[in-house]
Design a protein around this ligand. Structure first.
Ligand code: NAD
Length: 344
């Protein structure tokens, strides 16, 4: 079934990413992440075939994509005609086979349980023609495990987004043991064409890179509250008015690079002992029971208000995209490998 047929002409943003119309993609599983992937692809001009085992969830996802595009019109992020073109690129499918018909890439976004992922991948591998790349949004699983024993394991790959992918461009791309190198290259090219910022991980580690970094910071935030060093409010203020402002621009190593006139090497040599002393003092497994969770919950409600989640989420998505616009308008001064320094 199709709520709209055919691929509309590419939006100006999509046109700048490539002249020919992109091939169709399929989004399989349209919950929180899948619905946001729909917007990523249709916004970039991809005819997008969508399927969910739950037809009501599928209908909600398509309605969400429509509302989200209209919100962008109100924010001045896209023209009304573009929002309409986005909707026309969505094809709602009643079966997996229908979703895969003509798709060149699949963004699997079903439930995270490993057995469910393996079952969805068995179905995808059986139904999709061999050329189709099968990317997974999994947050934690190794593609080696998901695709183990599949005849088409070579075309299976992790493409882990950040919630919500239509606002945050990073995607962690990770091959399984059997993934073919050309599949990694195809996935990177497609994600870039969709306006995303993919990075390739060299090997599997539970949580990949983003969630490991996040877990390390959250572990310490929980520990600071639990140990009575600072309130939840103060921990959030320290991050949002301090560390976070720099990290959105440069990451931990870039930030270190400008913390000393001689760059990060000089900074780490100067302050290496201070870092080592703090590392020795960090609690590797802080208490994370109801007491500390209740204290954090109360602190968050006091700071942000009760029932604030929908409004805060919308504000976050809006502000993230404004930050991205600012960064695009004033990119970091740096040079590509082999390029002459800017002041030469
Ligand atoms: N939510 C996040 O913050 C986040 C961030 C990054 C990655 N992810 C990953 O994205 C994936 C989806 O997560 P989510 O939060 O969107 O989950 P969700 O529960 O919101 O959505 C999962 C969807 O899959 C559908 N589904 C179940 N079985 C199916 C099947 N056999 N075929 C097709 N659809 C099926 C469900 O009906 C549901 O709509 C997970 O692997 C998750 O780890 C989630």
């Amino acid at each position: 079934m199709s709520v709209a047929s055919g691929a509309g002409s590419a939006s100006p943003g999509a046109a700048s990413r490539g002249s020919a119309s992109p091939g169709a993609v399929a989004v399989v599983g349209t919950g929180v992440i899948g619905r946001s992937w729909i917007r990523v692809f249709v916004r970039a001009g991809f005819p997008t075939r969508v399927f969910d085992r739950d037809p009501e969830q599928l209908a909600r996802a398509v309605a969400w994509a429509r509302t989200s595009a209209l919100d962008d019109v109100h924010l001045g992020l896209c023209a009304y005609a573009e929002a309409q073109a986005e909707e026309r690129r969505i094809t709602v499918c009643e079966t997996l086979d229908e979703a895969l018909d003509g798709a060149t890439y699949v963004q699997e976004s079903g439930p995270e349980a490993i057995a469910t992922k393996q079952s969805i991948y068995r179905a995808l591998d059986a139904a999709a023609v061999p050329e189709v790349v099968l990317g997974s949004s999994t947050s934690a699983h190794d593609m080696t495990e998901i695709a183990r024993g599949l005849p088409g394991a070579g075309r299976c790959i992790v493409a882990h987004p950040v919630n919500p992918p239509h606002a945050i461009p990073l995607v962690e791309v990770l091959a399984g043991a059997e993934t073919r190198p050309d599949v990694t290259a195809t996935t990177l090219a497609l994600l870039r064409r969709a306006g995303m910022a993919p990075v390739v991980l060299d090997r599997y580690a539970p949580g990949f890179v983003l969630n490991r970094l996040q877990a390390a910071v959250v572990r310490e935030a929980v520990s600071l509250v639990g140990a009575g060093v600072a309130s939840p409010e103060v921990v959030d203020i320290v991050m949002r008015e301090g560390l976070g402002l720099r990290w959105a621009l440069m990451g931990p190593f870039g930030t270190g690079h400008v913390n000393a006139d001689g760059g990060v090497g000089s900074y780490y040599r100067m302050y290496g002992d201070a870092y080592r002393a703090i590392w020795q003092d960090l609690d590797p497994a802080p208490e994370f029971g109801d007491d500390v969770i209740d204290a954090i919950d109360e602190g968050a409600s006091a700071m942000y208000g009760e029932d604030a989640v929908p409004a805060l989420s919308a504000w976050r998505d809006r502000m993230v995209r404004r930050i991205l616009q600012l960064k695009a308008a004033d990119p970091a001064p740096r040079r590509a490998p082999g390029e002459a320094p800017a002041n030469d």
